[in-house]
Design a protein around this ligand. Structure first.
Ligand SMILES: C[S@@+](CC[C@H](N)C(=O)[O-])C[C@H]1O[C@@H](n2cnc3c(N)ncnc32)[C@H](O)[C@@H]1O
Length: 215
């Protein structure tokens, strides 16, 4: 990526009404961004945005926040949103590493779609379902912790089943080939379209860790 292109991407991003430029200022008060008390759901690693944009379109009573590490990728989502009117969508150019510095006990659900698998053991902490990340998510969930994940990567899927189980999540859905029994409400991501067209199986899980409100 040439530097000039990155600068252009940042210029375009900074002018979009969907982009929150100073997300840490809204920590603990994300609802101010939407001016309502509806649930807030976050997609980490939203890429070019197909999933989160369509989620917001189809669920006007839920607020959605997409986060993406690279401006050069996020700019593609910003361009898709140029002539779109959605009051329930915001996007942020942040690294998930800082997620607990940006949100505080205010998120209802997290989506992880085709996250980077980081196959080498020495990079395991970078996987978005590593114990390190699950600990960060603990700090941003409001009530029950709910994580929905889709991936083409069997090793990452198996790893995530283990790490989530260790953190006392229970599984509401586990699919080893999503497209053999596809829910009508499935929303495809860009990577999903690519893998499905290649005939590869898509793995999906939905996990919940219930919070005992008496404690
Ligand atoms: C393989 S792509 C999948 C994109 C999209 N979710 C999809 O399914 O089409 C992974 C995306 O996650 C982003 N990403 C990876 N690590 C991240 C992190 N730590 N914080 C935020 N975004 C991250 C990457 O830049 C990339 O856009």
């Amino acid at each position: 990526m040439r530097l000039r292109n990155i600068k252009n991407a940042q210029d375009i991003i900074s002018k979009s009404k969907y982009v929150v430029l100073n997300p840490k200022e809204y920590r603990g008060k994300m609802q101010q961004l939407f001016k309502n008390n509806n649930k807030i759901e976050v997609e980490i690693g939203m890429g070019k945005g197909d999933f989160i944009i369509n989620k917001a379109r189809l669920n006007p009573n839920i607020n959605f926040i997409g986060i993406e590490k690279y401006a050069s990728v996020l700019v593609k989502a910003v361009k898709k949103l140029e002539n779109v009117e959605l009051n329930n969508l915001k996007i942020m150019n942040i690294d998930a590493d800082t997620i607990d510095e940006v949100f505080a006990s205010e998120i209802d659900q997290i989506y992880l779609n085709f996250s980077d698998p980081w196959p080498k053991k020495k990079h395991a902490n970078r996987r978005l379902t590593s114990p390190l990340f699950l600990d960060k998510y603990d700090k941003i969930f409001k009530n029950d912790k709910v994580i929905e994940m889709k991936t083409d990567n069997r090793n990452l899927f198996e790893y995530s089943l283990v790490t989530l189980s260790q953190k006392k999540y229970l599984f509401e859905e586990i699919k080893l080939d999503l497209y053999t029994d596809l829910n009508a409400d499935n929303i495809q991501t860009e990577y999903e379209k690519k893998f499905v067209s290649l005939g590869l199986p898509i793995y999906k899980l939905k996990a919940r860790c219930q919070i005992d409100k008496k404690n």
